[in-house]
Design a protein. Structure first.
Ligand SMILES: Nc1ncnc2c1ncn2[C@@H]1O[C@H](COP(=O)(O)OP(=O)(O)O)[C@@H](O)[C@H]1O
Ligand code: SF4
Ligand SMILES: [Mg+2]
Length: 334
């Protein structure tokens, strides 16, 4: 762990106990978030993105959730070893979350100003008047029109985009070092989505925080992120700089995801290519590569042997048997 590292997730495994057996939602993932950077986590629905973010925040109920292995080290301390009381000092203070649905964090029965002020008073030793003044400043920071008036309104008096801004103002109130955004713009129309992403970028610069941007939208990654981790079936299959992932992806799943993205020039009405097939059952995940059943490059070795993460170059790591030095070169060609 270098001095620049803010968060290090190390071999994290999370399962859920259900009546049908154990779902292995997160199967040994490793990643780091450096100070000031934006890391994207991408992958299809159900691959473990939200479970990963909720694990970092310790928001999963145990049981049914079980932390089977691993560490989540934030500023040198393992969050998995903290008590609920200790986590309450972290949540909303040094790590905050924003969600697709702002009403996950906003209280419909309280005025916006009061809600933001209360978060501040919970974590900072400040007076009520100071907290209200700071709350109004936060609304200004997220470019809320007429912040003074908005302070005295309830969430239902806001448009969807404005509610999103209010939630972001609340998440940022304590100037967190890390913000985890779980599909924050998925429910918004394209124009509002762009505004919210620009807002996050602006605030990131001002506060100097790190972001984990969870999304299934590679357009969001291209706009926001410095590095990307590609998740599939509870694992990270490829990880690297945005430049490397977009220009020279090595994993067949990443290549499939990228070819499923409409380019700016392409007619958006044209049907998108999607990767045929479905992800494996996480009740009984395959012994080998999780992508085996859908991969057009699959080899015999892939079925029963798990490919290990390998450094492709300084900017890219990937877990695929095609990277093995013994793999015949013709198998790698596109
Ligand atoms: N509380 C739960 N109980 C059982 N299974 C769960 C629970 N939460 C998530 N899962 C399962 O874990 C897997 C990963 O889910 P999730 O992290 O929400 O995916 P996504 O990448 O879409 O955010 C899915 O198979 C999901 O069904
Ligand atoms: S390990 Fe094999 S099945 Fe998995 S992505 Fe690589 S080539 Fe395809
Ligand atoms: Mg999710």
């Amino acid at each position: 762990m270098t001095a620049e590292t803010l968060l290090k997730v190390d071999n994290l495994k999370v399962s859920f106990k259900t009546y049908a057996g154990e779902v292995q939602s997160v199967r040994g993932i490793n990643f780091e978030v450096k100070k000031g950077e934006c890391l994207g986590i991408v992958g299809e629905s159900g691959c473990g993105k939200s479970v990963t973010s909720q694990a970092i925040m310790q928001l999963l109920k145990t049981p049914p959730a079980m932390y089977k292995e691993g560490n989540i080290v934030f500023e040198g301390e393992d969050l998995l070893k903290k008590s609920e009381k200790e986590m309450q000092k972290v949540r909303g203070n040094s790590i905050s979350m924003i969600f697709q649905d702002p009403m996950t964090s906003l209280n419909p029965t309280q005025k916006i100003g009061k809600q933001i002020a209360e978060v501040l008073r919970e974590h900072k030793n400040i007076s009520k008047a100071e907290a209200y003044a700071e709350a109004e400043k936060m609304l200004e920071l997220v470019s809320m029109p007429e912040p003074k008036k908005r302070m005295n309104q309830y969430p239902h008096e806001f448009s969807g985009g404005m509610r999103q801004r209010a939630m972001i103002a609340m998440a940022l109130a304590c100037r967190p070092k890390l913000i985890i955004a779980d599909e924050p713009t998925t429910a918004l129309d394209v124009t509002v989505q762009a505004q919210i992403l620009e807002l996050l970028q602006k605030v990131q610069k001002e506060i100097g925080m790190s972001i984990i941007m969870i999304t299934h939208d590679l357009g969001v990654v291209a706009k926001m992120c410095d590095r990307v981790a590609v998740m599939y079936a509870g694992q990270i299959v490829e990880q690297g700089s945005v430049e490397a992932i977009f220009n020279r992806p090595s994993h067949p799943y990443t290549k499939g995801l990228l070819s499923a993205v409409p380019s700016m020039e392409m007619d958006r009405s044209k049907a998108l290519t999607t990767i045929p097939g479905t992800p494996p059952d996480l009740f009984a995940p395959p012994a080998g590569c999780g992508f085996y059943a859908r991969c057009n490059k699959a080899m015999k070795v892939c079925q029963n042997h798990m490919p290990q993460m390998q450094m492709i170059d300084g900017e890219l790591t990937s877990a695929c048997w095609l990277n093995h030095p013994m793999c015949p070169a013709q198998n790698r060609n596109d």
